[in-house]
Design a protein around this ligand. Structure first.
Ligand SMILES: Nc1nc2c(ncn2[C@@H]2O[C@H](COP(=O)(O)OP(=O)(O)OP(=O)(O)O)[C@@H](O)[C@H]2O)c(=O)[nH]1
Ligand SMILES: [Mg+2]
Length: 459
């Protein structure tokens, strides 16, 4: 994890411009060797020609930009970011060159020839930003999510987290626990001193209040994680109802085979879609029915499992052949939208919402002619929105956060039941450590030393 690292930071392949980053103590040497110029002013764009590093080539100490000479690799913009005021916190240089494959390869090769440099590992620039204390772990995760964001809502959430909103919540809780702990330590260390009687009561109240906050934060219906991964929608129903036709309509392309043969779809076919700015993964499944055919039976098993794992289900029925005992009816719940398809062939049967009392909504549509689809899409978007967090409050976006918070809550609960203050304090210490693990903050013991020393001043 040491040395000066460099990498192509923009996407590989042919492009107008390519961005190449260098970070570490040799960054200045890289700049000088490639530009044959002295370092420019910090954080200002300069136009330079880039060369192969060569022994004995004089650096023009007066010139900080431009650059002449035969044999240049390319001409482009360069930035000098002296540490700690850089993304990584280290001395950094950024080159913006023409985004041709040969140009990029030659510049990377030239940088690699400067003493002490090596290609960066995946995520290493952000990792260095964390190590040098520029960002915490949740912010680093936010950066990754921002790069991966495919929809507006995902981008907003990632930007919030990258900006430190989530980390600030956890750090705030951690600070409160550390102060609780400091009070505890005082009670333990100076039992004979005249501490206010209600110190322990106050401690317990603080712990309870924090536990409530964490419980609320955890009870979020996995909104943040859903937004990050996309809401999973399963299209289920009896064979031939028009499930694959619906998937193709939603995806606006021929993802799944459509045919009048019942039992066409066997495997689960998944597609990622952007539904009005919201990320969803739609799965088309095999028509649910009893089948002697081993392959179809396996498809039906997978269809049922997909339905059970989905956040939202769309049950497609053939309005013209509705029997009342159709496949998939047993999967209806409050997160199921029922679609009566093929109403172009005849009127809706005399079933209304009352036939599916537990379903979320019922729509009559024709996937073929488009009748009723706008209403259905509105209903679907609403349902998806309800499952996601589109508010501004920072939310849990990873299982890792959730697991640590559960640990915190458990430790706090245990501390309340502890028979001895020493044991309760140990539980609080565990809780502090678990919270610290989410943001990756400094060593817990160090922090406690500081707080406790301050607390005891004057004793
Ligand atoms: N008239 C009419 N036909 C439709 C409509 N939607 C789908 N179909 C037809 O119904 C047949 C079955 O459609 P699919 O989309 O393959 O049905 P499925 O539910 O995926 O069927 P399986 O994969 O076999 O379970 C095809 O011939 C479609 O063209 C509709 O709204 N109206
Ligand atoms: Mg199908």
């Amino acid at each position: 994890m040491t040395g000066t690292i460099f990498a192509l930071s923009s996407a590989p392949g042919r492009a107008g411009v390519a961005v190449i980053r260098v970070s570490g103590s040799a960054a200045a040497a890289v700049y000088r060797a490639l530009s044959r110029r002295a370092l420019p002013a910090a954080r200002r764009a300069v136009l330079v020609r880039l060369f192969e590093p060569a022994d004995g080539v004089q650096i023009d100490q007066r010139a900080t930009d431009g650059g002449a000479g035969e044999g240049a690799i390319d001409e482009g913009l360069a930035f000098w970011f002296p540490g700690p005021h850089s993304y990584t916190g280290e001395d950094s240089v950024e080159f913006q060159v023409h985004g041709g494959v040969a140009v990029v390869a030659a510049v990377l090769d030239a940088i690699g020839r400067v003493e002490g440099t090596r290609l960066a590992e995946p995520g290493e620039f952000t990792r260095r930003a964390f190590v040098s204390g520029k960002i915490d772990l949740t912010e680093a995760e936010g950066v990754i999510d921002l790069i991966d964001a495919e929809t507006t809502a995902q981008r907003r959430q990632a930007l919030r987290q990258a900006g430190g909103a989530l980390g600030a919540v956890y750090d705030g809780w951690r600070d409160r626990l550390v102060s609780v702990l400091a009070h505890f330590e005082a009670v333990l260390d100076f039992p004979d001193e005249d501490l206010p009687d209600d110190v322990i009561d106050q401690i317990n109240r603080d712990i309870l209040r924090l536990e409530e906050h964490i419980a609320q934060h955890l009870d979020d219906n996995r909104r943040g994680e859903r937004l990050r991964n996309g809401v999973r929608i399963a299209i289920i129903g009896p064979p031939n109802a028009g499930k694959s036709s619906l998937l193709n309509m939603l995806a606006d392309r021929d993802v799944a085979i459509v045919s009048e043969v019942a039992g066409t779809t066997r495997d689960v076919i998944e597609t990622h879609l952007d539904l009005a700015g919201l990320p969803v993964t739609v799965a088309d499944t095999a028509g649910i029915r009893d089948s002697e055919d081993a392959v179809e039976a396996e498809g039906v098993r997978r269809a049922r499992r997909t339905a059970d794992e989905a956040d939202l289900k769309v049950l497609v029925l053939d309005s013209q052949g509705f029997q009342g005992g159709d496949g998939g009816l047993d999967r209806i719940d409050s997160e199921t939208i029922v679609l009566m398809n093929k109403i172009d062939l005849g009127p809706m049967p005399a079933v209304s919402k009352s036939a599916f009392p537990t379903a979320r909504e019922l729509f009559g549509v024709s996937v073929r002619t488009g009748v009723g689809l706008d209403e259905f899409l509105c209903g679907l978007t609403e349902a998806v929105r309800g499952l996601l967090d589109v508010s501004d409050a920072p939310v849990i976006t990873r299982v890792r956060h959730r697991a640590s918070l559960e640990d915190v809550r458990l430790a706090l609960q245990k501390s309340q039941l502890a028979p001895l203050p020493e044991l309760a304090a140990e539980d609080i210490r565990l809780a502090v450590r678990s919270l610290g693990r989410i943001t990756g903050s400094v060593d817990v013991e160090d922090l406690l030393d500081v707080v406790f020393r301050d607390f005891c001043i004057g004793k």
